[in-house]
Design a binder for this molecule. Structure first.
Ligand SMILES: Nc1ncnc2c1ncn2[C@@H]1O[C@H](COP(=O)(O)OP(=O)(O)OP(=O)(O)O)[C@@H](O)[C@H]1O
Ligand SMILES: Nc1ncnc2c1ncn2[C@@H]1O[C@H](COP(=O)(O)OP(=O)(O)OP(=O)(O)O)[C@@H](O)[C@H]1O
Ligand SMILES: [Mg+2]
Ligand SMILES: [Mg+2]
Lengths: 257, 257
């Protein structure tokens, strides 16, 4: 029975996509089957793992045109990498930008993604959903479809400021659409040796207590280079601090099972 | 006659808010009257310059409930800072998140912000509009209301990838809603001494040619600390590399007038 985990935070650029890709790959490296769902019209998870552009049909066709989920799942396996044997992807592209508006008046508009994933949940051990930087219908679909939400928190002021709003949204969804939704954890990202980063870490620990992952993702330029080659950090720079950290996070996740 | 400049880029965390605040303040430091318009439900520009939370009425009330623009303009002047004498703010808060959906079926939905700003354009030399990380109705309103769009470009791969989509949106708006919209320039942000940053800079120059500002904003932790005190960089750390860069950008803008 696959664990569905939404990676969400309405603040931009906090490491949602980087976490979906690299945690997903690290979990697959440990032998698990993983599905990555790109629910962001920017399609960064898609381009961060595959070179082809504008893959269709995509999540958009499944959400809006009822295309079967099997037709929008693509294998990453390429005969080269053994990790990629175990990773599939539901890609997105800019068509999905229309979805937020088209969904507004759609039947069961918050539960579309949940229904899409239903038939395939048992084919995977973990399903990670990459969310856009907003609390709109795409993120709401992701949170309504998930058992858990993982919250990346960039070690900077604005990131901390937006957290209470995200939590309110999670609470609303728990009350209404998805009572079993839980916070898997808060992941400090882009950590470095500044006073500010340390302050955000302490503030996060005070606020979230044991929900803050022990693993902290350091700022590591390799993590920002990897997507330009459509590679995870484990393929691009396997001994970098970024790779080490995401592997550590994968182990921490598995230990908490 | 105020120059209205939208600061836009659908990629998250590229420095839109940091640029609106600090370029706005640097322009005011040169003696100009400036209006900052926070068109992002995250309200980061608002919290980056004012300590009060949930200021109402806000942009939301003007956009959706036809509250007069004069009632949503707040002065930043506080008797202490001379720069703040010349800066006003139209704040936003989370109510604005509802606006994207409420605007979908509204009359003249793309031109609301343009109409709101019409009566006050001549009260300012520069009006900067902070956009959310999306190409939804709020960004479309900002682009339709503006004479110029300034595009912050973080020196990383994903930021470059999203640019062509932003440009397509600008083109669409030029054809339909706002033929006089022009790209004021592309601003490299969070620049540092990595190969990747240098590559993004060269790629931006090849693609945008003379539209790339000469001024480059360096990565400077002071810029990320300042908002936690609701201060611009000019107030928080006036001799930091971030302050120097934004002053330099202000001068470059004024020279191109
Ligand atoms: N630990 C890190 N060290 C260095 N760079 C990083 C790190 N994590 C992410 N990045 C880079 O920072 C930028 C923002 O990260 P990312 O795109 O993953 O954030 P996001 O939350 O998905 O953004 P958006 O809100 O736009 O979807 C990207 O260019 C990414 O490559
Ligand atoms: N030059 C810089 N050096 C260091 N930190 C910076 C710099 N510019 C911005 N930051 C910090 O990086 C983060 C992202 O910047 P900012 O919030 O301005 O981007 P944004 O494009 O407005 O994000 P969003 O898409 O979420 O609105 C913030 O925490 C900000 O304080
Ligand atoms: Mg992303
Ligand atoms: Mg912003």
């Amino acid at each position: 029975m696959g664990k569905i985990i939404a990676v969400a935070n309405q603040k931009g650029g906090v490491g949602k996509t980087t976490t979906v890709i690299n945690l997903g790959f690290a979990i697959a490296e440990l032998g698990k089957r993983v599905l990555l769902v790109d629910a962001d019209p920017q399609g960064n998870t898609t381009s961060g793992v595959k070179k082809e552009r504008n893959i269709r049909p995509s999540l958009y066709e499944a959400l809006i045109h009822d295309v079967s989920v099997k037709d929008v799942i693509y294998q990453l396996k390429d005969g080269n990498s053994s990790i990629r044997e175990r990773i599939d992807l539901i890609p997105s592209n800019l068509d999905l930008a229309g979805a937020e508006v088209e969904l507004v008046s759609a039947f069961l508009r918050e539960l579309r993604l949940k229904n899409i994933l239903e038939p395939v949940v048992d084919d995977y051990d973990y399903i990670f959903i990459d969310c856009p930087p907003s609390l709109g219908l795409l993120t709401i679909n992701a949170l309504s479809a998930s058992r858990y939400v993982l919250i990346p928190l960039q070690c900077e002021y604005y990131a901390l400021e937006g957290i209470s709003q995200l939590l309110k949204t999670v609470e609303l969804i728990k009350k209404g659409l998805n009572p079993s939704l839980e916070i898997l954890g808060v992941l400090l990202t882009m950590f470095n040796r500044t006073v500010l980063a340390q302050q955000v870490l302490e503030e996060a620990k005070r606020f979230f207590k044991d929900k803050v992952f022990n693993t902290i993702i350091p700022r590591n330029v390799r993590l920002s280079e990897a997507p330009s080659f459509s590679q995870s950090i484990l393929e691009y720079a396997e001994s970098s601090s970024g790779a080490i950290a995401y592997r550590e996070l994968a182990r921490e996740l598995m230990e908490n099972e």
